[in-house]
Design a protein around this ligand. Structure first.
Ligand SMILES: [Zn+2]
Length: 534
């Protein structure tokens, strides 16, 4: 039994102009593509795509579904926006490797981004990439999912949250963890230099770890140390790391955050990247289609204060002496630290998730407004009390970027679209969790005409596939996996907003994953067609 998608306009993922064609799917693969009406439909099932766009399924190379993938209902918000393959383990964060001494601390640190570990801890006990991927292969996957190893997780497994550099022996331990992950088929190494304990690491140290991937074994995905005024310096650092390690570089969620960095600093960073590209370096970038970022409040606290140990530092916020220490560092800054309270500003930092009932009154408000409205002495005092009460788990949305800059990045021929979706709080997430891909088509193609449809589709399909070395996904081409979407670009759209962030995307007609139809007339009809991408 085969299937024919007939009557559609094909956007094949390469960026080439649309063309009319019929696609024959068999055995999970695209068998052939012919001009309209040429295929023998007698023995097959015909799926009518008259007047619709037919494209490859979207590949989200940057999500944080490492733990959410085990949850019931995983796949709904992903498939509804056309994602057929997604990659976890980003920004240095991953649930594996983990060791008993630091497991609880690791999970505590990851949960604002990855979500609660409670269910996982009750059912699973993975400690390595091998065990993690084996567990995943035992469950039904609604879409394909791949992974990176995370340097943060590796570092914590080797030496906890210590600020000290790796000893030679610790470095060998870290390299072994990365090698094991690569042997299991992860796509590369992610780093999150804005987050402790990675923030304590030097370029030399990161290169020493990343060079395990030399010779085409994986890519380095970098959440850089700075994304504000020091953006160019951050780009220089990761370029130096990738050069020294001799690995391809993907700059994650590339942006210029903070009003002072808009326009000029971004141009400087792009020039650095393009100079290296002209000299033959393999370097690309990705971005999400929103002008607000989302992160954790922890990221806004000074490393010089947290260096006493994260748990101690947060518990210590009930003591005015510690609050004063934190306040001083926030005002004075620290060498090498991107002080977001100044580069973005407390008045552009919105509280997006808390767990205690009494703190829900702060949701949707910025830190300065909360400080004034609820009678705190200053922002430091407000943050201290909130972080103490919430035991450090507070998520934020930063109104940090310029739309013009995002458009500039979207037009770069070597940029891919991502979501950077976080699963920490599914009640009040960043709208990119549910909307990134259709929003890109609606906002950047249909409404503002920044890109042509086929160009935008390329950035969501074969662009990321090529970057990840996926030789059988991302294009509508004979021999490729049949990950396919059918939609009308007039009705396919995101519905989530900052104030109403959980609304699902709507308007897809059909989604195929590995040749199986998983969504029909907008409804998910099966949830087992995905595979682990190794
Ligand atoms: Zn990141």
């Amino acid at each position: 039994m085969y299937q024919i998608i007939s009557g559609g306009l094909i956007a094949d993922g390469s960026g080439a102009p649309l063309y009319a064609g019929d696609i024959l799917i068999q055995g999970g693969l695209i068998e052939t593509i012919e001009s309209p009406g040429k295929l023998d439909a007698a023995n097959g099932e015909v799926i009518n795509a008259d007047g619709k766009i037919v494209s490859p399924g979207f590949i989200d190379m940057h999500r944080h579904h490492d733990i959410a993938v085990f949850n019931e209902g995983f796949g709904n918000i992903e498939i509804q926006q056309g994602i057929t393959s997604c990659f976890a383990g980003n920004c240095g964060m991953a649930p594996v490797p983990n060791v008993p001494a630091f497991r609880a601390q690791l999970q505590n640190y990851l949960s604002p981004c990855l979500g609660s570990f409670d269910d996982i801890n009750a059912k699973n006990s993975f400690t390595t990439h091998r065990e993690y991927l084996e567990q995943l292969e035992k469950i039904s996957l609604p879409l394909n999912t791949g992974f990176y190893a995370g340097m943060g997780a590796i570092k914590i497994a080797v030496k906890g949250f210590s600020a000290a550099p790796f000893s030679p022996e610790e470095m060998r331990g870290a390299q072994k963890y990365l090698q094991d992950a690569l042997d299991c088929g992860v796509s590369g190494l992610s780093i999150g230099l804005m987050y402790i304990p990675e923030a304590y690491g030097t370029a030399k140290e990161i290169a020493a770890l990343a060079q395990v991937m030399k010779g085409g074994k994986g890519i380095l995905c970098a959440h850089m140390r700075w994304e504000t005024e020091n953006l160019a310096r951050a780009v220089k650092e990761v370029i130096a790391v990738a050069k020294e390690a001799e690995v391809p570089l993907e700059i994650s969620h590339f942006k210029a955050a903070g009003t002072k960095a808009w326009h000029g600093v971004l141009r400087e960073a792009i020039d650095l990247i393009e100079n290296e590209r002209a000299l033959g370096m393999d370097i690309t970038v990705d971005f999400y289609p929103y002008n607000c970022g989302s992160s954790t409040m922890m990221q806004m606290l000074p490393p010089g204060y947290l260096s006493m140990g994260v748990e101690e530092a947060i518990a210590g916020l009930s003591n005015p002496v510690n609050v004063e220490k934190m306040r001083r560092l926030l005002i004075e800054g620290e060498e090498g630290w991107d002080n977001l309270s100044q580069t973005i500003g407390w008045d552009r930092t919105i509280i997006s998730s808390v767990s205690l009932e009494e703190n829900k009154k702060y949701l949707g408000k910025n830190v300065t407004a909360c400080t004034k409205e609820f009678g705190f002495k200053d922002e430091a005092e407000f943050i201290a009390q909130l972080m103490y009460a919430e035991q450090g788990k507070v998520s934020i949305i930063n109104q940090s970027m310029s739309q013009e800059d995002i458009d500039t990045i979207a037009r770069l021929p070597y940029s891919s679209l991502i979501s950077d979706a976080l699963y920490g709080d599914m009640k009040r997430p960043h709208p990119r969790l549910t909307g990134s891909f259709p929003r890109f088509l609606r906002d950047f193609v249909k409404e503002r005409k920044v890109l042509k449809l086929e160009e935008a589709i390329h950035k969501m399909t074969s662009g990321p596939a090529k970057r990840l070395g996926l030789s059988d996904r991302g294009l509508l081409k004979p021999g490729y996996r049949a990950d396919i979407l059918i939609f009308d670009p007039e009705s396919f759209r995101d519905q989530s907003t900052y104030l109403s962030p959980t609304e699902q995307a709507v308007g897809l007609d059909s989604v195929f994953v590995n040749g199986q139809q998983v969504l029909k007339n907008g409804k998910i009809i099966r949830r087992d067609a995905g595979q682990v991408i190794r």
